[in-house]
Design a protein around this ligand. Structure first.
Ligand code: NAD
Length: 495
């Protein structure tokens, strides 16, 4: 259990966590250019990071390729690889508080969430894939007598990983640990808004015994370092989490370069469907408020749309508004804070512009839509609630990635399904009902990678996370994530 005094001890530590890390060594960026790291807590400059260039990416890919080809990792016994991943998990656990605080100072997630979601999840992920390392089998095909078909599973080679600013440790670990478990080498490009905890993670991995060149990190902008990784001709697979717009770019880069496989975990506009038979509406309202307002809505699966049966619309909306009003928004390093800062000034302005647009489109603004705690110098927006937007409005159709919830009503199950599935996204959904048959019908009818029933957001590393439609392809987490980072090879033997 983390305490406030443990957090406060780390609050003003140096945020210098080194620079690029290539071939097992710190490296300065080739161009010498740097990017300022601004803390969203109070708008002050924390430190700088290297603005990685094409040359830095090329150096990192070369190091990863050499490390892959000479077998220093891919040819280790799987159980030996597993031991290294387990040691990484131990080190993350030992440094959990400082990693969490560093990350919060960088991206503003409230510490009560960050401590579990960031070092907590990252450690669990390395442990899980460490355990799986020695448990991956090939297959023998059921061929006719006289021939033998062996199906080998092999690592793909060099994996490029590009991650967003929300939950960098957790999302980074999902991809890095699975790619390493399958025997690959990795080049990581963190988001420019939140690189610090991942820089430290890469150092931890080496301190725990990961061989040089197996995991390399290049910080920098998406348009330079990210694009260079996406276009590189010697990257075999690119695993990305972020926005749909950048996901499209990455597919185009692949087509322009070496046709690398591209796996996309993208955004969502996830609905929660509440039927009149949902039961305890206080509990439902608390779940729904948490599902969008925690971490100020900067969660990929955040439920930004509530669809509620008409007869309970007023009661449920009022309850959500009362809970939202009471939420403690502010200093993310205070353990009692329920929603911290927006990760960057640019993202804050983007959310506010979306709120203005929703008002202009005719949705009723019940609360929020404004910057708060301006005196702090940080980037905060209060819980924002809109009633009865049009289904074709930008508010309903576009991901905002902020603390913005819209409420719409329906009369029938068919109408609820039509509204819920009526966007281009398909990441997550919620259903609230006491009718077990209806719950199962809704699970199969909702277009989403994950459907939560009478809850929202719970999961662990053993279940896959991935979207359908424009929420992406491929999955993070669970043994299924390994498929992204493996090739199948058939050996056909005449006996
Ligand atoms: P983003 O797409 O702007 O940036 C993500 C990463 O891509 C960053 O590292 C960025 O530097 C890089 N990038 C930007 N332009 C690039 C380019 N032209 N070429 C290569 N790389 C480039 O996303 P964000 O704003 O950091 O994160 C928020 C988005 O991530 C939201 O859409 C959210 O829903 C999504 N997300 C999805 C999941 C999921 O599992 N599906 C999880 C978390 C976040």
């Amino acid at each position: 259990m983390i305490t406030q005094s443990q957090i406060d001890e780390q609050r003003s530590n140096s945020a210098e966590v080194g620079t690029l890390f290539i071939d097992g060594k710190p490296a300065d960026g080739h161009s010498g250019e740097v990017l300022d790291v601004i803390s969203p807590i109070d708008g002050t400059k924390l430190t700088t990071i290297a603005a990685g260039s094409d040359t830095d990416i090329d150096n990192a890919v070369k190091a990863a390729r050499t490390a892959f080809e000479d077998g220093r990792w891919s040819q280790l016994a799987p159980a030996a690889r597993g031991k290294v991943l387990q040691r990484i998990a131990d080190r993350i656990e030992a440094e959990a508080v400082s990693l969490a605080v560093l990350g919060v100072r960088d991206n503003g997630t409230e510490i009560s969430m960050a401590i579990k979601a960031e070092p907590g999840s990252a450690a669990a992920t390395f442990r899980y894939y460490g355990e799986l390392c020695g448990k991956q089998y090939g297959e023998i095909a059921p061929t006719a007598p006289g021939s033998l078909g062996l199906i080998h599973v092999e690592p793909v080679g060099v994996v490029g990983v590009i991650v967003p600013w929300n939950f960098p440790l957790m999302i980074g670990a999902w991809k890095i640990a699975a790619a390493l478990a399958a025997g690959n080498t990795v080049v990581l490009k963190p988001a420019e808004v939140a690189s610090l905890s991942l820089l430290r993670l890469v150092q931890i991995c080496h301190e725990a015994g990961l061989p040089d060149g197996v995991l390399n990190v290049v910080t920098g902008t998406g348009i330079t370092a990210g694009a260079a990784l996406g276009k590189h001709n010697d990257v075999d697979v690119l695993a990305f989490t972020g926005s749909g717009a950048v996901g499209r770019q990455l597919m185009a880069y692949s087509a322009e370069s070496n046709l690398k496989r591209v796996y996309l975990e993208l955004g969502g506009k996830s609905p929660s469907v509440v039927f009149a038979d949902a039961g305890d509406l206080d509990k439902v309202a608390a779940t729904l408020a948490g599902a969008i307002f925690r971490d100020s809505g900067q969660v990929c699966i955040a439920s930004s749309r509530v669809l509620v049966e008409k007869s309970i619309h007023r009661e449920l909306t009022d309850k959500i508004a009362v809970l939202a009003q009471k939420m403690r928004i502010g200093d993310p390093l205070d353990l009692t804070t329920q929603a911290g800062a927006i990760a960057s000034e640019m993202q804050m302005n983007n959310i506010l512009a979306n709120c203005d647009r929703a008002v202009a489109e005719g949705a009723e603004l019940i609360m929020g839509g404004e910057r708060i705690a301006i005196d702090s110098g940080g980037f905060y927006i209060g819980p924002t609630l809109f009633d009865q937007p049009r289904q074709d409005s930008a508010l309903v159709q576009n991901e905002i990635f902020g603390p913005v919830l819209s409420v719409q009503t329906f009369d029938t199950e068919d109408e609820a399904v039509m509204l819920a599935n009526g966007t281009n996204y398909g990441l997550s959904a919620g259903v609230f009902t006491r009718d077990i048959s209806r719950a199962h019908r809704m699970i199969s009818r909702l277009r989403a990678g994950v459907v939560h029933v009478n809850t929202y957001g719970g999961a662990d590393i053993s279940v896959p996370l991935g979207g359908v439609g424009q929420s992406g392809n491929g999955h993070d987490k669970s043994p299924h994530a390994l498929d992204k980072f493996r090739n199948l090879k058939t050996a056909w033997i005449q006996l």
